[in-house]
Design a protein around this ligand. Structure first.
Ligand SMILES: *Cc1c(COP(=O)(O)O)cnc(C)c1O
Length: 392
């Protein structure tokens, strides 16, 4: 016997819950790829992306996941042997750096840990030490999905400017766009990228790269360019060139429907909803962790993301809790990854998530603590409810 039958929630940090409107938008026949409604859909998607990234500059759409966007960013702007500086704050910037290494780039790491954001002063120092400006690009994530760290992108730009360094500033917003404020142009970001399947509520398979003028200028001489990723070909006159082949039509219909939902709610309202649900989650974790058997991955309150909350466990198997919530309650929460595999859990609260889904998830977790005999401070869900009641 289980209590699982009913609407199931996917509360992992990507892929996320796909709204019914988005699923329905995909359920239609394929259409011509040269003109008509598909061209219009592309234009609407590109216009929506500009509003999401807060940029006036150019967008490219790839039939690829986030890893594909990483390749597109690097291959279009850099040449073999160029140095890139990777800013560590968990798993994902360093994974992007590994991709850079495979492509023949010279990767320098600004080491960090899994508990703190990138230190702007350390960035400034590393850039000042690069006297000959060998570093051509700086790679960072706004939110690291493995740790829940939020990096202050605007502050990091200030550090780059203080060092008067010309490197391209490239930001991965895969776990933050449409969840937390991002201002590509106002913050001086040269290239930003994201994927469809996290805050943007669309099935996996699309990724997006926003390109500022400085990144576009380096494209002319970049020698890592590849046929599929190449911006020059994608800038060509025929619609299908934008996709270097058959457009991923149904994912585009889906993404267009997701954009409609976001802009109907209002982007600032979407950010605010994420902020409230995230803080409610943190209030619950704070109470639970008072018994000493779990901790927040990120101790610094100002460095926590609003899209995912990561909890580390002290001496008990998080997998048991995940199995309980999934098999008995019908909600899947994330496990921790990398060095922390098996030693924590991640609550994804990004995209199509409301108070019921969040409170239901927190309640399933608290039920799991009781059922499995895991020491925890009582009343975590209550603290989350109190917070939401006061804040809305
Ligand atoms: C999920 C994620 C990725 C990887 O995206 P894929 O679509 O799985 O390739 C990269 N960066 C961040 C910050 C992510 O959250």
């Amino acid at each position: 016997m289980t209590l699982r039958q009913g609407k199931e929630f996917l509360m992992i940090p990507g892929p996320t819950n796909v709204p019914d409107e988005v699923l329905r938008a995909m359920h239609r026949p394929a259409i011509d790829i040269y003109d008509g409604p598909l061209v219009e859909t592309t234009e609407q998607c590109l216009a929506g992306l500009k509003k999401l990234f807060r940029t006036q500059h150019q967008l490219y759409i790839y039939a690829a996941n986030g890893h594909g966007a990483w390749d597109a960013a690097l291959s279009n702007t850099l040449s073999e042997g160029d140095r890139v500086l990777v800013l560590e704050s968990g798993l994902f910037a360093t994974e992007w750096g590994k991709a850079a290494k495979v492509m023949g780039l010279d990767v320098q790491l600004l080491p960090g840990d899994w508990h703190t954001p990138v230190d702007p002063n350390a960035l400034e120092k590393a850039l000042k030490e690069d006297i000959g400006h060998r570093i051509k690009a700086i790679l960072v994530v706004q939110v690291d999905t493995a740790t829940g760290v939020w990096n202050d992108i605007r502050r990091l730009r200030t550090a780059i400017d203080a060092a008067a360094h010309p490197a391209l500033f490239m930001v991965d917003t895969i776990a933050s766009l449409g969840c937390m404020p991002f201002e590509m142009d106002a913050w001086g970001v040269d290239l930003a990228l994201t994927g469809s399947q996290k805050g943007l509520m669309t099935p996996p398979g699309l990724s997006f790269v926003a390109v500022g003028p400085k990144a576009k200028a380096t494209h002319a001489t970049a020698n890592l360019r590849s046929n599929y990723m190449d911006w020059t070909f994608r800038d060509g006159p025929v619609h299908y060139q934008k996709y270097c082949g058959t457009p991923p039509e149904h994912l585009l219909f889906a993404f267009k429907a997701a954009l409609d939902l976001i802009f109907a709610e209002g982007l600032e309202n979407v950010w605010h909803r994420h902020a409230l649900l995230a803080e409610a989650t943190r209030r619950a974790v704070e109470i639970w962790s008072s018994a000493g058997s779990m901790d927040m991955m990120v101790p610094n309150k100002t460095a926590r993301s609003n899209s995912v909350t990561v909890v580390t466990t002290n001496g008990w198997e998080a997998e048991k809790l995940r199995t309980f919530t999934r098999e008995q309650c019908g909600v899947t929460i994330g496990g921790t990854i990398g060095d922390y595999a098996g030693r924590g859990f991640r609550i994804g609260h990004m995209g199509h998530v409301n108070a019921v889904m969040l409170l239901g998830t927190l309640s399933a977790i608290e039920t799991g603590f009781i059922k499995l005999g895991i020491a925890h401070g009582k009343g975590g869900v209550n603290a989350a409810m109190e917070y939401l009641a006061q804040s809305i």
